[in-house]
Design a protein around this ligand. Structure first.
Ligand code: NAD
Length: 487
């Protein structure tokens, strides 16, 4: 047994109508620590009956409590959750690392992001204002912002704490009732955060619920439910399409945060001392399992050799090991399945291009038990290669080159995705031209991966629909009503 395994394997329950409940299926999901392969937790393998009951309880709380009309209560509840999470930061970080595999430093950063998001949206709960206008003599319009009703949040496994809280905080701040379904690979951290929610009396009984279980069954039931008014989904583009199709039958609002294949464009005049570690981190953070991963680097031909050599050195210096070790720079992939997917892309990369470094599973000693993969760089791929076009969701960086600004822009936009991009140059005019031309929800100039609760985030093209974070992120969770007064 690994030294990193907690002695007792915990069982997590659903949280509905203010109570911890077992699924009526009497079945459990087993979760494994990706660093060691050890069993880490059990959670409920819920069915449609469980999810239907939970939706009813959230709807009841939404209709009968003062939540929708009491912004100060919402502010106090969200702030209390931020405070509880702050007190539990170290314990939660450890659970997140064992649940998902990422390094303990990454877990602390993810949970600090949750706390910052909760604080921002606690304040924002008191700013859900409309506007008023005079429209004709003796005719006044009042535009009112109201909660949508019951929101279903379906979240992925790669950043399971932040991507849940990123949606939960604004949905609750706007006054909605919420039912959350986390990914089955990483239910533990969501359940731990819900344990803190359960201790906060400012949340009305039943206003927020957690149901674990298979996405194709209970996630799809949420998308189909007439009692859910909006689905907020973060995950794979193919799943997002299926949720849109299902949700169309009840014309519910759908917000989608989907995949990416984001480029970093590096010009000859870039500050490489700054760029190299940030570009390296943009793809190897979370072992590449991050939607905004800088998975393509598009380099000006004249500096290609230097940039590739320096990125290779960066990748080979990374210490890939159990995320609980403070010295680890990169943890394992989340599962054997993810390892197989990443390996198959690298095999293709080997056939179609040249592996600069990595390209295979990391083995030997304790690595044999986890799902470790070497930080990988692949060069010489055709632009239409699946390795260049598809989201791999692993530590794999594809190299592309250009000789003109137009070509750089063309390559950056030559993708079905449009989540984010980085531009590295000391020419501000060029940076601004590219920021206008790049079809992506976020363009970072001379930096990457900088995210703030107050700045909108989301996708162009097949990377999503709607925006999360910021004022627009709060408004996603609001209905707009015109109340007209004639005096
Ligand atoms: P996934 O689509 O497989 O699963 C996401 C969630 O959807 C899980 O809770 C899953 O159980 C559920 N689900 C699965 N099938 C469903 C269905 N038919 N109906 C309803 N729900 C269903 O995604 P994943 O593998 O967990 O996450 C990785 C993906 O998420 C990547 O594509 C990544 O780019 C994307 N992502 C996007 C963002 C963003 O902000 N744009 C952030 C993180 C991850």
């Amino acid at each position: 047994m690994s030294t990193f395994v907690t002695q007792k394997v915990p069982t997590y329950y659903n949280f509905a109508d203010g109570e911890w409940t077992e699924s009526t299926s009497n079945e459990l999901i087993e979760s494994y620590n990706p660093a060691t392969g050890d069993l880490f937790s059990y959670s409920q393998k819920s069915n449609v009956r469980d999810v239907t009951a939970a939706i009813e309880s959230v709807r009841h709380a939404f209709l009968t409590s003062d939540w929708a009309v009491n912004p100060k209560r919402r502010y106090e509840a969200l702030l209390a959750l931020a405070e509880h999470m702050t007190k539990n930061l170290e314990r939660l970080s450890r659970i997140l690392t064992i649940d998902q595999g990422k390094t303990i430093r990454e877990s602390r950063g993810e949970l600090a992001g949750c706390i910052d998001t909760l604080k921002y949206f606690a304040g924002a709960a008191r700013t859900v204002f409309g506007r008023s206008m005079q429209l004709e003599p003796a005719n006044f319009g009042v535009i009112v912002k109201e909660p949508i009703g019951v929101v279903g949040i379906i979240s992925p496994w790669n950043w399971p704490a932040l991507l849940m809280v990123r949606e939960l905080a604004p949905a609750l701040a706007a006054g909605n009732g919420v039912i959350v379904k986390p990914a089955s690979l990483t239910p533990s951290i969501s359940a731990e955060i819900f344990k803190l929610i359960a201790e906060i009396p400012r949340f009305p009984k039943g206003i927020v619920s957690l149901i674990t279980g298979p996405g194709r069954e209970i996630g799809a039931a949420m998308a189909a439910s007439e009692k859910i008014d909006m689905i907020s989904f973060t995950g794979d583009t193919a799943t997002g399409k299926s949720i849109m199709e299902t949700g169309a039958k009840t014309i519910k609002k759908i917000a989608l945060e989907l995949g990416g294949k984001s480029p970093n464009i590096v010009f000859e005049d870039a500050n490489l001392d700054k760029a190299i570690p940030i570009i390296g981190r943009s793809i190897f953070i979370s072992a590449g399992q991050i939607c905004m991963a800088g998975s393509r680097v598009i380099i000006e031909e004249s500096i290609k050799e230097t940039v590739v050599q320096r990125l290779k050195e960066y990748a080979e210096r990374l210490k890939v090991d159990n995320g609980l070790l403070e010295t680890s720079d990169m943890g394992p992939l989340v599962s054997q399945n993810q390892l197989d997917i990443v390996q198959s892309f690298c095999d293709l990369g080997h056939q179609e291009g040249t592996i600069v470094t990595g390209g295979e599973r990391l083995t030997g000693g304790s690595h044999d038990r986890g799902y470790y993969f070497k930080p990988t760089i692949i060069d010489g791929l055709p632009a239409d290669s699946r390795v260049v076009q598809e989201e791999i969701f692993g530590p794999v960086l594809a190299i592309q080159t250009f000789t003109s600004e137009e070509e750089a822009l063309h390559l950056a936009n030559d993708s079905d995705f449009g989540l984010s991009a980085g531009v590295w140059t000391s020419n501000l005019n060029r940076a601004m031209r590219l920021s206008k031309g790049i079809q992506a929800g976020t363009v970072w100039i001379n930096t990457y991966n900088k995210n703030f609760p107050e700045a909108e985030f989301g996708g162009y093209k097949q990377s999503g629909l709607g925006r999360t974070r910021g004022v627009d992120g709060l408004m996603e969770y609001c209905e707009t009503k015109h109340v007209h007064i004639e005096v």
